[in-house]
Design a protein around this ligand. Structure first.
Ligand code: NAP
Length: 254
């Protein structure tokens, strides 16, 4: 059965930009009540206001325990409960293994992996009330190896495994846990990490076009539709759904 997301309360971390914003907008278009979070209060506030009264913004850092509790409380208050948690907030780190600073690596693992685990734990009592769902954001970096992206790829491999183990652990409480694995979508992820300007990032993604059997780079909408499916599909749990225009097939049409 595919559940309706109409009226569902869904918390999307990192909902002030990119894929998180795309998911929040799409879920709201399906009638969901969305709560979005991010460290930049102006960003999340602007996105929530442009969505309308169905959306609520909570500024906060997913690596901070007090902020995490406030995010869950805000989503429960705004949506009258919690049926969906999307662990989307993440950061990128690139660099050769010989040059990685331990603090920077731990920071990425803390944001991309540990924060989602802790939020999931806080969400469980609420999600268990009506058989809710958790969604992690993986990455095509676990399907194609990109030199210099070891920390980020390791963090995404971790969340994919988490989805499986938590699906087994939380299934008896009727909570489903899945992972969506996006391919290349232009967002500010690499730009925020100081790796490229917006223009350089778009130019780089264009060089990847020959690696895409379907001949195009992704959009936030592509990921949002898959995410909605995984939140709504009543008998799907512990799965990873690759949504990448065929990038992970490893072919090149150069
Ligand atoms: N774009 C792609 O091609 C692609 C491909 C595969 C997977 N993904 C995954 O998709 C997800 C969304 O990324 P994106 O591409 O949409 O990039 P993005 O636009 O940079 O979104 C990431 C969001 O996470 C928030 N965030 C980062 N650290 C946070 C923290 N400590 N606390 C709270 N919020 C935090 C950021 O907002 P603040 O800075 O305001 O906190 C930002 O809005 C990530 O999990 C990413 O790994 C993206």
């Amino acid at each position: 059965m595919i559940r309706s997301l109409d009226g569902a309360s869904i918390l999307v971390t990192g909902g002030g930009s990119g894929l998180g914003e795309g998911m929040a907008r799409y879920f709201a278009s399906l009638g969901a009540r969305v709560t979005i979070t991010g460290r930049r209060a102006d960003k999340v506030q602007a996105v929530a206001e442009s969505i309308g009264p169905q959306a609520c913004a909570v500024a906060g850092d997913v690596t901070d325990a007090t902020d995490r509790a406030a995010m869950i409380a805000a989503a429960v208050a705004h949506g009258g409960g919690l049926q969906g948690l999307v662990n989307n907030a993440a950061n990128m780190l690139r660099g050769p293994i010989t040059e990685l600073a331990e603090a920077a690596v731990l920071d990425i693992l803390n944001t991309n992996v540990v924060a989602g685990m802790m939020l999931t734990g806080l969400a469980v009592p609420h999600l268990a009330r009506d058989g809710g769902a958790v969604l992690f954001l993986g990455s095509v970096h676990t399907r194609r190896a990109y030199p210099g992206a070891s920390t980020y790829a390791a963090s995404k491999g971790a969340v994919e495994v988490l989805a499986k183990v938590l699906a087994a652990e939380l299934g008896p409480q009727r909570i489903r846990v899945n992972c969506v694995i996006p391919g290349a979508v232009p967002t500010e992820l690499n730009v925020r990490a100081g790796l490229y300007t917006d223009a350089e990032h778009i130019a780089r993604l264009k060089t990847m076009l020959p690696d895409h059997p379907l001949g195009r780079i992704g959009t936030p909408g592509d990921i949002a539709e898959a995410a909605a499916y995984l939140l709504a599909a009543d008998w799907v749990t512990g799965q990873s759904l690759v949504v990448d225009g065929g990038l992970s097939l490893g072919v090149s049409y150069k």
